[in-house]
Design a protein around this ligand. Sequence first.
Ligand code: MN
Ligand code: MN
Length: 302
Amino acid sequence: MSHGPLDDDAVESYREAGAVLVETMNEAREMVEPGVTHLEVAEWAEDHVREEGAGLAFPVNISVDEEASHATPGRDDNTEFGDDDMVCLDVGVHVDGYIADAAVTVDLSGTDDLVEASEMALEAALEEAGPGVPVGEIGAAIEDVIRGYGYTPVLNLSGHGVQKYDAHTGPNVPNRGVDRSVELEPGQAVAIEPFATDGRGKVGEGTTEEIYEQVSDRSVRDRRARKALEQIEAFDDLPFAARWLEGTGTEMALKRLKQKNVVKGYPVLKEEAGQLVSQAEHTLLVTEDGIEVTTAGIHSFD
Ligand code: MN
Ligand code: MN
């Protein structure tokens, strides 16, 4: 994939998205306390992004303990944070389609170095990253740091490029030393996201599914499905939460739209029960001579 330099408007939009994300994340993480519900934090953060005049690149992800990704509360979810939860907060913001994607982990047990492992891995990855750097070298740096802590990187999750109104595209940035042939190129926007776990390092699909994405413009006849689809079209092909849909019967509508392959669902990705996962993520722009991190200011090393 060839890119060339980003134009000034695109760079400015990437920076604005990053700034809104940083401000939102730094307040949202302070809200993560025992007794507070996941839904309160997710809705506060999502409302705040919208109040800042930006858009959501995907629903606020709140993944606890063995969960690694794609968890967001449902509309009537009363789940509260527990005393020793390991909480990954992953936020995606866009300005005119230009995306910032970043994550922090809040360890309510306060006893573990699992959070430090993913944060230090991200810092090492950013030190490696730049134009012409093979993504596998970044992955190797991530893996080295995490294994140095005695943990395992989640090997089947990886960083990724972002493009206008596309939250997941190439290049794939692995969390291990593979893919040495693919290099970062100037003009790319890339999210790097190490995950560290005390588990086996491989996530599987759970049964919960609260995040969806439109994948086809095919029309549907079912009345409720059509009404839901009218709302879904406003999400610009970016992932959305089931709870964002207004009206009755939206669950049945989503089910129907999935059957017709108009939307796809993202099941929660998780390690085995009893294991813990931490995540740290930044978005960066690859420039001619280095990188610019658009989401700096959310990690201890920033
Ligand atoms: Mn993310
Ligand atoms: Mn990401």
